[in-house]
Design a protein around this ligand. Sequence first.
Ligand SMILES: Nc1ncnc2c1ncn2[C@@H]1O[C@H](COP(=O)(O)OP(=O)(O)OP(=O)(O)O)[C@@H](O)[C@H]1O
Ligand SMILES: [Mg+2]
Length: 277
Amino acid sequence: MSEILRISQLNVTPKNDTSRLLVNQANFSLSTGKTTCIVGESGSGKSLTALTIMGLLSKQLQASGNVVFQGQDITQLDDKAMQTIRGAKIGMIFQEPMTSLNPVLTVGYQIGEPLTAHLRLKGQALKSRVAELLEQVGIPASRADSYPDELSGGQRQRVMIAMSIACEPALLIADEPTTALDVTVQAQVLKLLDALKTRMNMAMLFITHDFGVVADIADDVIVMFRGEIVETGTRDQVLNHPQHPYTKALLACVPDAEGLKTLKPIDYAWLSQEATA
Ligand SMILES: Nc1ncnc2c1ncn2[C@@H]1O[C@H](COP(=O)(O)OP(=O)(O)OP(=O)(O)O)[C@@H](O)[C@H]1O
Ligand SMILES: [Mg+2]
């Protein structure tokens, strides 16, 4: 397994309040062919970490540290250079798929956009590749002429996946791609992403707050708590032998297979004492 991305000492802060560390000294690496899950509750810095890799942080925020992708520190790149990587070598499925598709353009057109922009595909070659991508994500190629609102939520999510893998990225970032879907469709989409990762030998960074998803697809796990990475390890290490009190507390909130275990709310006062002990 070769390393494809390494993040070191990543901090993200508001520009007007640099003492507020939204991401605090994050360090991790990703490898080709592996799925790494970032898990953590709402507001823990998961999306900001992903957006920093994509060079898409909001203008009010700033990042420091290094993001080395395929041997190159991409934090040093200008917008134009970053555009050749974003959507081509690094694909991303955003947290809010319904708002990421343009309602007035057909899904075929939208899947074709990255192919035209990055690979200069047009005409019949473009049409064939769009058809192939739709089939790959389990949508009949004849739906290329449909508009997003003519598709189900699960199909729209599949369209987002088709767009994100269109240029065969080396790294795919998926930010809670299944949260809005019902359980059955969620399982199908997870299976699809896992199969695509294997077939295309991508590295996948998968953001979730759901340990069921982690158990299904992760090779490695990163646990974030209030902007900090508090634990990293293989799926087995983190799920079966958690070290950090926050990971233990998060896992205690997950119902077991029979759903009989009493769910425990996280006791933050206790946690803060433990974490600083
Ligand atoms: N533009 C911004 N300006 C100021 N603070 C921000 C901005 N964007 C995000 N934040 C803050 O940064 C923190 C981390 O946000 P982030 O979106 O990474 O959370 P998350 O872990 O992805 O949560 P969720 O599971 O809800 O998606 C939050 O406290 C959020 O309020
Ligand atoms: Mg998020």
